[in-house]
Design a protein around this ligand. Structure first.
Ligand code: 0K2
Ligand code: SF4
Length: 327
């Protein structure tokens, strides 16, 4: 019997690379071009397996800590940011550091420093152990308390309830974070808000697009790695907003045929650390299963770009000057 059900794909936009990820990945590529291998990278430059594998093939060496980097070598700090202690450890080993921290993460670091200087207690909403949270908390460890979940908001204790501010990781669920803040404020009515949104534009935009398509979807496929906070959040958002099922995959090959049973509309999106080629592979696989009508569901247009880390800009300038001298 031929399959007569209408099959279609709703493709979220925006999806995939954000400005901070683009900048961080290019920083490693340029460092390799300028200086050759090895270029060391502390932690995954962004939380995506394919990106890390591809850069490793080109000569990047990923390490967990700066003490694994030979004295005097070049090391890139990941998009998620680092604490002052990590910068110091790198300096102590005379490493040539290239800072690929996203400027929107740096903004949160600066807020933490300012509030600590004012002797406020910072309630940092985020996932304990995530690199970004370690980096932000490391700016003011004595003043920071990590709030992992809305439930923790009900029990967290602070030294002075009249002197508290909340900040957050940039890649959280907007709705869950607002719930956490509401619960914190119920206990600490004088809780101060951050000067501007800490959850970044890219995280917010990808969640809004999923919220729009999810109610129409039998299945939402999110491309992204398991340790990518913003990607994992997209699966949760899809389910909360009415998708019948939703799964995260690193690659098209992880898609299970059983997921398509009784499915006519498939939503597709990807996290902020995911190259578009991985989404294309998923669309090709879907087309091969009869899902060859693709409608884009766009909820925003993004045009933000960041300049490359200053260390890379300086090296590029020097290279240009050398080339000009030779010409
Ligand atoms: O979503 P995560 O914070 O886990 O990180 P990635 O998947 O690498 O996405 C890019 C965000 C980097 C910093 O905010
Ligand atoms: Fe920067 Fe947001 Fe991208 Fe993180 S997700 S790198 S904060 S733009």
């Amino acid at each position: 019997m031929p399959d007569t059900t209408e099959k279609r794909v709703l493709l979220a936009a925006p999806r995939g690379y954000c400005a901070g990820v683009d900048r961080a990945v290019i920083a490693v590529e340029k460092a390799l071009e300028l200086h050759g291998s090895p270029i060391y990278v502390r932690k995954e430059i962004v939380h995506n397996k394919y990106v890390v594998e591809t850069l490793s093939e080109r000569g990047a060496i990923f390490v967990n800590e700066t003490d694994e980097v030979p004295e005097g070598a070049r090391v890139v700090f990941s998009a998620h940011g680092v604490s002052p202690a990590v910068r110091q450890a790198a300096d102590d080993r005379n490493l040539l550091s290239i800072d690929a921290t996203c400027p929107l993460v740096t903004k949160v670091h600066k807020e933490a420093v300012r509030f600590a200087r004012e002797d406020q207690t910072i309630l940092l909403i985020g996932h304990e152990g995530h690199e970004e949270v370690e980096g932000t908390a490391g700016e003011a460890p004595e003043h920071t308390i990590i709030v992992n979940s809305p439930e923790e908001a009900d029990t967290v204790e602070v030294p002075d309830p009249d002197n508290v501010v909340w900040l957050s990781q940039t890649t959280l669920s907007v709705d869950e974070t607002m719930d956490t803040v509401k619960r914190l404020r119920a206990r600490f009515p004088k809780l101060q808000d951050p000067p501007s949104d800490d959850i970044c534009y890219a995280t917010q935009n990808r969640q809004v697009a999923v919220k729009k398509l999810a109610p129409e979807c039998d299945l939402v496929i999110v491309v992204g790695s398991a340790n990518s906070s913003n990607s994992v959040r997209l699966v949760e958002v899809a389910l909360e907003y009415g998708a019948r099922t939703s799964y995260r995959v690193d690659r098209a090959t992880e898609i299970d045929e059983a997921w398509f049973e009784g499915v006519s509309t498939v939503g597709v999106t990807s996290g902020a650390s995911v190259p578009e080629i991985l989404v294309r592979d998923v669309l090709d696989l879907l087309a091969g299963r009869g899902f060859d009508t693709v409608e884009e569901v766009r909820t925003a247009t993004e045009d933000l770009m960041f300049s490359l880390p200053r260390e890379i800009r300086a090296d590029l300038k020097e290279k240009q000057a050398e080339n000009a001298m030779r010409a």
